[in-house]
Ligand binder design. Structure first.
Ligand code: NDP
Ligand code: 2IT
Length: 444
């Protein structure tokens, strides 16, 4: 049995109770096989695979807060500092009832490779809590965020670990957390990204993940002799990533016909009215059921279903494992040409393989959604030099980063004899830089 297989077996036995983490590791290991085989002796004696899959540290803590009725509520907080070989830990904070250690570990593991692919000096980490911001008052959200940061602030810092947003964590939550960090630590520093523009945030960070996704879609389609112009696009999610993906897809000439939230989805054959979605989701924090009030000719459906709508390009932008094998079959049957992941690991391994085997161009999240964290790294640079760049400057850097990522993952897939397999390309290209640094640092 080879080194990769042996290590994967050991990880599967040890972490059998962490399915999302195992899914992420399995996908990466499968595509690293050719690289590992080439360097098997060295990597095995240096325990590269054992070290890259074991976080540097995992912090788990109690988050007590007082609700509006005066009752104390308790949630669990997490920060997994996965790997800082190429820079300070960097990655978002997820606030969602489904959060557990397996979810945070899968996200942290993915983040290591994603951050490497950006070409910027950032290591990988992730955190969050099983707190559900839905239905909570602003005061309750503030109470939670202050309590969460009261503990988290011991472990983070501008040169140590720089958290940011993710599901359930947006500008409001980052603001409350930054306020509490500053108050306790007495430091005004770039300890979080996705900050408001009045206190050190970067222009274009809000748009960055969605825009970045479309910049790589554009590069992919151009490389395959076509473009987004006139194409039908289906998008899942109606949050930060989905909204700005839809905005840029429309700007590039695509027609976005679906979006979804955690209870249902909308179909608008004339193209989604984004101003309406922004008002419903960003301003009123309401449900997509309300979309019909803005566009009477649109359809609302309970449950899931966007992947059954005929399209050219599909962009899963909600959450993990939201695109399953039957969805992949529908997409292929309906003639989709590309699937690019705005969310982290939205496509199951089985569905990914089916899409690839049936000629659908597929870019995994660690490459396709890297524009968010890349722009966070640009926010860190601006904070360090105490300057703010213009929207155009940040956006043009983001564009350059995404086209570079496309060139690198396409190049790596070709170099290892798997041309067009962007899953392998992303894993290999992301892995190489981190491993070079790990080898240089010795046993740590
Ligand atoms: P948001 O919280 O802004 O939006 C998430 C959207 O997905 C919401 O519309 C939500 O519905 C919907 N959703 C549907 N099902 C679920 C579910 N089971 N769990 C959570 N959400 C669900 O998050 P983001 O847009 O920031 O993140 C979306 C994805 O993109 C995640 O996978 C995240 O990790 C990834 N990502 C985010 C980046 C960022 O910069 N924000 C960067 C890179 C990746 P509802 O409206 O009902 O809550
Ligand atoms: O998954 C991700 O890359 C994010 N949620 C963004 C992380 C960041 O540090 O901006």
């Amino acid at each position: 049995m080879g080194y990769t297989e042996k290590t994967l077996d050991a990880i599967r036995a040890k972490y059998a109770h962490q399915p999302e983490f195992l899914q992420a590791v399995t996908e990466v290991f499968e595509s690293l096989e050719p690289v590992i085989t080439k360097n098997e002796k060295l990597y095995e004696s240096e325990a590269i695979l054992e070290r890259i899959t074991e976080p540097d540290r995992q912090i788990i803590f109690r988050v007590p807060w007082v609700d509006d009725s005066g009752k104390i509520r308790v949630n669990t907080g997490y920060r997994v500092q996965f790997n800082n070989s190429i820079g300070p830990y960097k990655g978002g904070l997820r606030l969602h009832p489904s959060v557990n250690l397996s979810v945070i570990k899968f996200l942290g593991f993915e983040q290591v490779f994603k951050n490497s692919l950006t070409g910027l000096p950032i290591g990988g980490g992730k955190g969050g809590s099983d707190f559900d911001p839905k239905g909570k008052s602003d005061r309750e959200v503030m109470a939670f965020c202050q309590s969460f940061m009261t503990e988290l602030c011991k472990y983070i810092g501008a040169d140590t670990d720089v958290p940011a947003g993710d599901i359930g964590t947006g500008a409001r939550e980052i603001g409350y957390m930054f306020g509490q960090y500053k108050r306790i630590r007495g430091l005004y520093e770039g300890v979080l990204t996705g900050k408001g523009l009045s206190y050190g945030g970067s222009l274009a960070r809000t748009e960055a993940t969605g825009y970045g996704l479309l910049y790589i879609v554009d590069a992919l389609l151009k490389d395959h002799g076509t473009s987004l112009d006139g194409k039908t696009v289906v998008i899942s999610g109606a949050g930060n990533v989905a909204i700005y993906a839809a905005e840029k897809a429309t700007a590039l000439g695509g027609k976005v016909v679906t979006m979804s939230d955690s209870t249902g989805w909308i179909y608008d054959k004339d193209g989604i009215d984004l101003a309406a979605v922004k008002e419903i989701k960003e301003v009123r924090r309401a449900r997509l059921t309300e979309y019909k009030n803005y566009r009477p000719n649109s359809e609302y459906h309970e449950g899931r279903g966007v992947w059954g709508v005929k399209c050219d390009v599909a962009l899963p932008c909600a959450t993990q494992n939201e695109l399953l094998i039957d969805d992949a079959k529908e997409l292929v049957k309906n003639g989709a040409i590309a699937v690019c992941e705005g969310a982290n690991m939205p496509t199951t391994i089985e569905a990914t393989k089916y899409l690839q085997e049936n000629g659908v161009l597929f870019i995994p999240g660690k490459a396709a959604n890297a524009g968010g964290v890349a722009t966070s790294a640009l926010e860190m640079s601006q904070n360090s030099e105490r300057l703010s760049w213009t929207f155009e400057e940040v956006d043009s850097k983001l564009h350059g980063i995404m086209t570079n990522i496309y060139a690198n993952i396409a190049g790596a897939s070709e170099e290892f004899g798997m041309k067009g397999n962007y899953v392998a390309g992303a894993n290999i290209a992301g892995f190489k830089k981190v491993v070079d640094a790990m080898l240089a640092h010795g046993a740590c």
